[in-house]
Design a protein. Sequence first.
Length: 171
Amino acid sequence: MESLLRPTLHDLGFDLVVARMIGGARRTLQILAEPLDHERSMTVEDCAEISHAVSAVLDVEDPIAGRYTLEVSSPGLDRPLVRKEDFQRFAGSSVRLETVGTVEGRKRFRGELLGLVGEGDRLRLRFDEGEVELSLADVRKARLEPGDDLTRGAGRSRKSGTAENKGDIGR
C-alpha cells in the first residue's frame, strides 16, 4: 500500500509516514502524512487535499476489497518513528520505544534518542539508567515523547487536524 501511495503524496509535497488498515468490521485506512518541508505544519486543508488525491488513486487501482473509511491526519506530537531517516532526523528528541525481545532486562525504554550508529542499522538511546544501543530490527514500536523538545523538525500548527472521507469507498 505504501509503495502505491508514497509517489502520490510526494507529488503533492508530502511524505507518507504510515499507511495502515485498522478496525474490524468497520475498517479504516489510516494515513499519517507530513510536509516534505519539515518547517511547515500540516493543516486540515492539507489533509483534505491528500484525501482527495489518495481516493482517486485507490478508485483506479482498487487495492482494497470491500468497504472502508479513509482517514488522513498528521502524525501528531507523539509521531511514530518508522524509518531510518526518522531516527536520524529526531536525534536529540525524547522518545519511548518498545523492543521485540528483552534488552538489558526490559522491553520498554524512555529517553533521549542519540541517533543512529554504525552503518545506520543501530540506534543509541540515553535513559535514566545509562545508555543502550539497539538494532533497528529489534525495535517493535517507537514514538516521539511530547515534552519541551516538542516536534523539533516536525512543524507546529494550531490548525492541524484530520480529514476523513466517509463516502462510498470500496465496493
